[in-house]
Write a protein that binds this ligand. Structure first.
Ligand code: PMP
Length: 285
């Protein structure tokens, strides 16, 4: 991803893609003082772009720093990057972090807060077999308690166990891992929220210790519009046995059907297909 043509917005300026670099003593690289967003642009319009900019600022506040740009300035930076790279359909990555400067210890109040936005073409997150049903591993890592870390932030530090879980899953031939939370309830995948279907009703974990995804909220509203009964509740892993369908939601994942989690199998059923199609229509409308 680093050595190619293109433009990246960095600290208020457009720079050459291959020159968008940071110093090795960047605070974020050592202490994970970094927050980010993943967004998708469809036919020239970022889906819920302003909500993502707002979440980026909120994530920074949750991990104790302030991004020196307004939501409108962040929105404008994203538009500028898409235009500079001639992109109409793309993934947009905004990131803000504590940079290098006077402090190299844990405390970093004097270091500058920096921000960048990049965008590139990114197809299906789980590959071309998207509608066939992804195969998920069950992670050995648990999502932490809200007393351990600000779980509602989209912060780099929360992704360390996601990367480890996803690598372990890929080594077993799976495309992702489902994680339980610190209490043992079903939580989410490593970069997407999870939904289940049983007897025509939808069950999804309460987002009380993980990201309440923008896609998750979009799909919940969509289900309610369709008149589908939704239960947001704590779900025990043993309950997977009785669920008939399962899908993941996320900006990158969109609505991706799940065919298997560990030993439990699911069908890519009518409701899953309906939700995936409705989401596809909505983001492009
Ligand atoms: N959980 C995690 C851990 C994620 O990384 C993501 C992707 N941002 C999501 C859930 C889904 O969030 P969204 O729908 O806002 O992309």
């Amino acid at each position: 991803y680093d050595d190619r043509d293109g433009k990246i917005w960095m600290d208020g300026q457009m720079v050459e893609w291959r020159d968008a670099k940071v110093h090795i003593l960047t605070h974020a690289l050592h202490y994970a003082s970094s927050v980010f967003e993943g967004e998708r642009c469809y036919n020239g319009k970022i889906f819920k772009g302003t909500e993502h900019s707002e979440r980026l600022k909120k994530s920074a506040n949750l991990v104790d720093f302030e991004i020196p740009y307004t939501v409108a300035e962040i929105d404008a930076a994203k538009e500028a990057v898409l235009k500079a790279n001639g992109l109409e359909n793309a993934y947009v990555r905004a990131v803000a972090w504590r940079g290098a400067g006077s402090d190299m210890g844990v405390a970093s109040a004097r270091n500058p807060v920096r921000m960048a936005v990049a965008a590139w073409e990114w197809g299906n997150y789980y590959g071309d077999a998207k509608m066939k049903g992804a195969k998920l591993d069950l992670s050995k890592w648990k999502r932490p308690s809200p007393e351990t870390i600000p779980c509602e932030a989209k912060a780099a530090g929360l992704y360390m166990i996601c990367t480890m879980s996803k690598h372990a899953a890929e080594a077993k031939g799976c495309s992702d891992a489902m994680m339980l939370d610190y209490r043992g309830y079903v939580a989410e995948a490593t970069g997407a929220n999870i939904f289940f279907v049983k007897d025509g009703e939808v069950h999804t974990p309460l987002p009380d210790c993980f990201l309440n995804g923008i896609t998750r909220q979009t799909v919940l509203a969509m289900l309610r519009d369709k008149g589908v009964t939704v239960h947001e509740r704590h779900i025990m892993p043993e309950e997977l046995e009785g669920f008939e369908q399962c899908w993941l939601t996320g900006t990158a994942a969109e609505v991706t059907p799940v065919g298997q989690i560990g030993d439990y199998t699911f069908e890519v059923g009518a409701l899953t297909r309906d939700v995936a199609e409705s989401y596809e229509k909505l983001v492009r409308s």
